[in-house]
Write a protein that binds this ligand. Structure first.
Ligand code: AR6
Length: 170
């Protein structure tokens, strides 16, 4: 089944959902933007699990387009699913990698038994993906997903991002 989509303008670290998706980088060791906010609000337990992943299976980092789960620490969620979006490129079409972030995050969420999942607008900040195109890919990929996840909540930080997603969902 494909999940119900909802849109919210706000801060993803405040969402009471089963899983919050983090727009991470392949180091898994934190950064700015939504990644920084999640680690700040979620506390050191998240980083400790990320470090353990780097010491284990992900010694070379998490590849772009893939996803992995940790505890959500002090966030009002059970898990954080870290995924690495592609940096936008003018010379190369990396849409499949962006779609893969949504698909793989939902696959991991399904494995965990998460019913509600909150996504930020992956790659639209530091990684410079144009909002309209990122929203199109995000909504199409989630709509096309066959998953046990019941609700996908896109949590958009500002009005512009909200409007871009609203345009795709109507
Ligand atoms: N809640 C929801 N959305 C947010 C929040 C928040 N608290 N904070 C920012 N956003 P970005 P990227 C929005 O840059 O482009 C990090 O340093 C933001 O407005 O967080 O995938 C990582 O470590 C934008 O629309 O992620 C990586 O190095 C969206 O989240 C790199 O940035 C994504 O912006 C990843 O870049």
């Amino acid at each position: 089944m494909s999940p119900t989509l909802t849109l919210i303008q706000g801060d993803i670290t405040e969402q009471a959902v089963d899983a919050v998706v983090n727009a991470a980088n392949s180091s898994l060791l934190g950064g700015g933007g939504v990644d920084g906010a999640i680690h700040r609000r979620g506390g050191p337990e998240i980083l400790a699990e990320c470090r353990a992943l780097r010491d284990g299976h992900y010694g070379r980092g998490l590849p772009t387009g893939q996803a992995v789960a940790t505890t959500a620490g002090r966030l009002p969620a059970r898990w954080v699913i870290h995924t690495v979006g592609p940096v936008h490129s003018e010379s190369e079409d990396r849409s499949d990698l962006l779609a893969s972030c949504y698909r793989e995050s939902l696959r991991i969420a399904g494995e965990l038994g998460a019913r509600t999942v909150a996504f930020p607008a992956i790659s639209t900040g530091v990684y410079r993906w144009p909002l309209d195109d990122a929203a199109r890919i995000a909504v199409a990929t989630v709509r096309g997903a066959d998953t046990a996840v019941a609700e996908v909540r896109f949590v958009l930080f500002d009005e512009r991002a909200y409007a871009a997603f609203a345009e795709q969902v109507r």
